[in-house]
Design a protein around this ligand. Structure first.
Ligand code: ADP
Ligand code: ASP
Ligand code: MG
Length: 598
């Protein structure tokens, strides 16, 4: 007999017929000899309806009352799903988050789960009942017993956290698509089903806005080794398994507050090649990395910050043994990128041998302001200057002087209480690219002319953390400007659009006080990304993405990478097109077309 947690999303419980179908599936699972905990979302789009209602009454409703209001949606679902089960003769009982004992922080509208008291729930299961739990909600562990919610889409997180706490055999997420697809089928109808994906890959995809799974749910599945499958509510197809290696028993205390950083990696065998002042127009990155991949040179980090005037700097890192080859390719291609052969100040090639890459990685940094800031502050205190920064949702990598690497990792190990290990870059037996995603809810901020000395990144991102602003992509440019005799660099990053305006104003004020340059805000951006564990050690993956964009006249405004992801910022109006052409370029399309139910 297995213990299974089944979660049904809004569409899956969107009508009387669908609720009855859910009840039937639950009954079949019980009849097959299993114990079942059901987690449900609010019916259909009723949470959106409640949000709308609140905004009709108040422009700025308090977070506490929003939780009070939104948590009612799930309460409706648990009652009617239990009734439907009872109608079928299946004993069932509904329980709110508070009744179960899903204890959270007192952070309204985005609470993290601290602990789940499972006794009451287990007692009901032992009596042969199906327990129907309200997703998305909990109760604060403080004396006030405040009703909290976990953030939009949070029922997935409730389900996986329950599966971890109950040590369930697996957790099934039932939704309105057949599983995890290569991209959002609403934007690319010929997206294909993925049979299996690793938690690391899914984390990158989910945090990019592939909303089929809440990233925090993936994080818990990975940290606690919960077997997880995403399946269609309408069929019996197997769906997509999200796999993880089973970790050694992590404590269930502070379930979602487990260490935000769980590894520190370094690589001292790297060298940096930069092409300075190349034209800011479609096709440049494609040409450069196309040639590099034709020469079979595998690049690691790729970084392009925002343009400066009408030119960009593109920098990348390679392993030291292939530096000569990489440099030769850059030298060979540089003249073609100049407006005139005599203009040797354009497309200048710069090589730096003695660099090291130090990274912090961990699912817990998603949406948690301050983790990157802590890394930068730690490096600053150790007197280590950061030459380049590149981030993904679950990783921050800094390029530093090789001589400073030991000092950097010693300081980081101490700050994050974790040992450092060399980066292993063995390719995994996976598709190079398993999925493509788009995020259109971000804005880009850039601060010009920030003095290039230790502590500046720490200051900026520390400030943002203090204002509770979560930062996504962070890019520190290669180019140095001498302002008032001091070398300066531009730092660009993206934040959630809802927070962009206020962040812009705050930074403008600070820039005046500290003498930084202009702070620029751009709301009209989209971020498109490719993800795949198999891109490690496979030259040409980034080049293929850049080529697809170039062939469609889509200009790349910024680039950042991690080992398993490449992200490009493009203009918002070209975002969906960019997603579609990249999806096609990697042959991810299938012949089947998915129609997503309304
Ligand atoms: P639920 O209410 O079941 O939680 P959601 O609407 O939250 O469902 O998530 C499912 C939706 O996620 C799908 O209808 C699809 O439009 C969207 N989606 C985005 N990216 C992907 C992807 N890579 N694979 C599958 N679905 C995706
Ligand atoms: N009902 C909540 C929402 O719409 C939670 C969820 O569906 O996961 O965001
Ligand atoms: Mg959802």
């Amino acid at each position: 007999m297995a213990l299974i947690v089944q979660k049904y999303g809004g569409t899956s419980v969107g009508s009387v017929e669908r609720i009855q179908a859910v009840a039937q599936r639950v009954c079949r699972t019980v009849q097959a000899g299993n114990s079942v905990v059901v987690v449900v979302s609010a019916m259909g789009k009723s949470t959106d309806g409640l949000v709308k209602l609140a905004h009709e009454i108040s422009k700025n409703p308090s977070r506490r009352e929003m939780d009070m209001l939104l948590s009612t949606g799930e309460q409706v679902s648990i009652a009617v799903v239990s009734m439907a089960l009872q109608e079928l003769g299946q004993p069932a009982i509904s329980m709110t988050g508070a009744q179960v004992g899903i204890l959270t922080e007192a952070e309204h509208t985005r609470a993290r789960i601290l602990n789940i008291e499972t006794e009451r729930l287990v007692r009901q299961l032992d009596e042969g009942k199906v327990v129907v739990v309200a997703g998305f909600q909990g109760v604060s562990s403080s004396d006030e017993l405040e009703i909290t919610t976990l953030g939009r889409g949070g029922s997935d997180t409730s389900a996986v956290a329950l599966a971890a706490a109950l040590n369930a055999d697996f957790c099934e997420i039932y939704t309105d698509v057949p599983g995890i697809l290569t991209t959002d089928p609403r934007l690319v109808p010929d997206a294909q089903l993925i049979d299996e994906i690793t938690c690391d890959e899914m984390l990158e995809l989910a945090s990019l806005g592939a909303k089929v799974l809440h990233p925090r749910a993936v994080e818990i599945a990975r940290n606690y080794g919960v077997p997880l499958v995403v399946r269609s509510s309408w069929t019996d197809e197997p769906g997509t398994w999200v796999t993880s290696s089973r970790p050694q028993g992590r404590s269930l205390v502070n379930l979602e507050l487990a260490r935000p950083v769980d590894s520190i990696q370094f690589d001292t065998d790297q060298a940096k090649v930069a092409l300075l002042r190349v034209p800011d127009k479609p096709g440049v990155a494609a040409r450069l990395f196309g040639e590099i991949s034709r020469q079979n040179v595998d690049v690691d980090l790729i970084i392009q910050s925002i343009h400066d005037g009408n030119s960009n700097d593109i920098a990348f890192t390679v392993m030291n043994p292939i530096l000569k080859k990489a440099e030769a390719v850059a030298d060979a291609i540089a003249p073609a990128l100049r407006s005139h052969p005599s203009k040797t100040d354009e497309a200048e090639v710069l090589v730096e041998k003695d660099i090291a890459k130090v990274s912090i990685a961990g699912a817990g940094m998603i949406g948690r302001p301050g983790v990157a800031a802590k890394m930068f502050a730690t490096l600053a205190e150790a007197g280590v200057n950061i030459q380049m920064i590149s981030t993904s949702e679950v990783k921050v990598s800094c390029v530093v002087d090789a001589q400073e690497c030991d000092r950097a990792i010693a300081a980081l190990s101490q700050a994050f209480e974790i040992d450092a290990s060399p980066t292993t870059s063995a390719p995994l037996p996976h598709n190079a690219v398993c999925g493509v995603a788009i995020d259109t809810n971000q804005s880009r901020l850039a601060i010009r002319h920030v003095p290039d000395h230790p502590g500046m990144a720490a200051k900026i991102f520390g400030l943002l953390a203090q204002y509770n602003v979560s930062v996504d992509m962070i890019i520190q440019s290669q180019r140095c400007h001498i302002v008032g005799g001091i070398p300066t660099r531009d730092i660009a990053f993206t934040v959630a659009r809802a927070e962009a305006e206020a962040t812009h104003q705050m930074l403008q004020q600070v820039a005046i006080e500290t003498g930084w340059g202009e702070v620029i805000l751009d709301n009209a951006i989209a971020k498109v990304s490719i993800v795949g564990a198999g891109m490690v050690g496979q030259p040409g993956i980034a080049a293929k993405m850049f080529t697809a964009l170039a062939e469609n006249q889509i200009n790349i405004q910024m680039i950042t990478t991690s080992e398993i992801k490449v992200s490009c910022v493009v203009s918002q109006e070209q975002g969906v097109k960019a997603l579609q052409v990249i999806h096609a370029a990697f042959d991810l399309a299938g012949c089947e077309k998915f129609v997503v139910p309304a």
